[in-house]
Design a protein around this ligand. Structure first.
Ligand SMILES: [Zn+2]
Length: 400
């Protein structure tokens, strides 16, 4: 069993120890020490990093026999080692972990929502609550209570309690371990069985901020940040708000209103654009009709319309084909390439619109199909002259 120095002093950064076992793993050499200040991944809290005799410690884990193993970047000579943990990382974990105790206590007390799991992430941390619903008002209320406890600056005490006496301790959650149980105790606030690392006083957590609420496996998942992470989160959020309000030329407080106004403006603009395009399509249809050549009593409307959306060009073709004795073949410009529509009047049953369309798409390297009265297709983008030549060749076949 490895003596866990962080259990009695979570602020210990440097220590000396002896290597009592070595192992070659797939990820590199690992050593077991007689004592260590390195926290192994457990209980939702990630492991510490640091050095043993200036060799980087990349992972730390414990095994069922109570031994703590340290994965090293390379081997270490000799059995006596000096260890140093990365304090910035450890301190951050202590802030997040202690904040989690307070937040879980708050949700349990104010909302009767027990915590079922905890994960300390690289960006934000989460607790999963066994509760069906949770509102932001609930979260704000719990947050206010938690931060008041932080500012009370209560001591965070560690007590070793024998399992026979543990029933006397008002634990938030039943312990998973037996024997001597390590209880993290914050007077009048929380008692939890926990082997993690915590700050010595609640004030050191600084602040706890809930940043996310979402449904998860029938319960609710709460994302939160504490201490230094809360400051970084606030800076990032403020930067995003400042950028958006500068772009919209409004004060951050008026951002929500400005977005609603902008959405309204965009909706009006889309409606007006649609109306204008429809009016233009009517004019364009008439222009195409007037410009079309009529021979043998059949009017051949053939054009490449580049300044209207392809959908509307297709609409023009259909509308013109509702007139008497007309064959319409139109090409339109689309971001994906050419869009082609061929349609003919019902009183020209001998004209095959589908065959005409295929003649165009084959020549332009595309594809399409439809009925004898109406067909559609597409082809890769091509030059205006090339498109017009293909359309002319196809329409020439009409009426012989
Ligand atoms: Zn803990």
């Amino acid at each position: 069993m490895t003596l866990r120095l962080y259990h009695s002093d979570s602020t210990l950064r440097d220590f000396t120890a002896r290597i009592v076992a070595r192992r070659d793993t797939e990820r590199g050499p690992a050593v077991r020490l007689d004592r260590t200040a390195f926290y192994p991944t457990a209980g939702g809290q990630p492991h510490d990093t640091g050095t043993l005799n200036d060799v980087r410690v990349r992972d730390v884990w414990d095994e069922d026999d109570g031994a703590v193993w340290h994965l090293l970047e390379r081997g270490v000579d000799g059995d006596a080692v000096t260890g140093a943990i990365d304090w910035e990382r450890r301190f951050d974990h202590m802030q997040q972990h202690t904040g989690q105790h307070l937040l879980s206590a708050g949700f349990g007390r104010l909302r009767e929502a027990p915590t079922v799991s905890f994960h300390l992430g690289t960006d934000e941390s989460t607790i999963d609550l066994d509760v069906a619903e949770l509102s932001w008002d609930d979260a704000f209320r719990v947050e206010a209570w938690v931060n008041q406890v932080i500012w009370d600056d209560r001591p965070v005490e560690i007590h070793a309690v024998d399992e026979d006496d543990i029933h006397q301790v008002p634990l938030r959650k039943a312990p998973k371990v037996t024997g001597t149980i390590r209880v993290v105790w914050i007077r009048d606030v929380d008692a939890s069985a926990c082997g993690g690392t915590h700050v010595p006083r609640t004030g050191v957590v600084g602040v706890v901020k809930v940043v996310r609420l979402e449904r998860y496996k029938g319960g609710m998942r709460v994302g939160f940040v504490c201490g230094g992470r809360a400051l970084v989160h606030h800076q990032r959020t403020l930067r995003a708000l400042q950028t958006a309000s500068a772009d919209l030329s409004v004060h951050p407080d008026q951002l929500a209103e400005a977005v609603v106004r902008l959405q309204g403006d965009a909706k009006d603009a889309r409606r007006e654009l649609k109306a204008a395009r429809e009016a233009l399509a009517v004019v364009e249809a008439e222009r195409l009709w007037d410009a079309a050549v009529e021979s043998d009593g059949v009017r051949r409307v053939m054009a490449y319309v580049e300044d209207l959306p392809a959908e509307q060009v297709g609409g023009i073709a259909s509308r013109l084909a509702q007139r008497s004795r007309a064959v319409v073949l139109l090409a339109a410009n689309d971001p994906k390439g050419l869009r082609l529509t061929c349609a003919r009047s019902a009183d020209l049953p001998d004209v095959d619109a589908s065959a005409m369309l295929r003649a165009v798409t084959e020549r332009l390297g595309g594809r399409g199909g439809g009925t004898a009265a109406h067909a559609q297709g597409g082809a890769p983008a091509a030059g205006r002259a090339e498109v017009l030549a293909a359309l002319a060749e196809a329409t020439d076949t009409v009426g012989g």
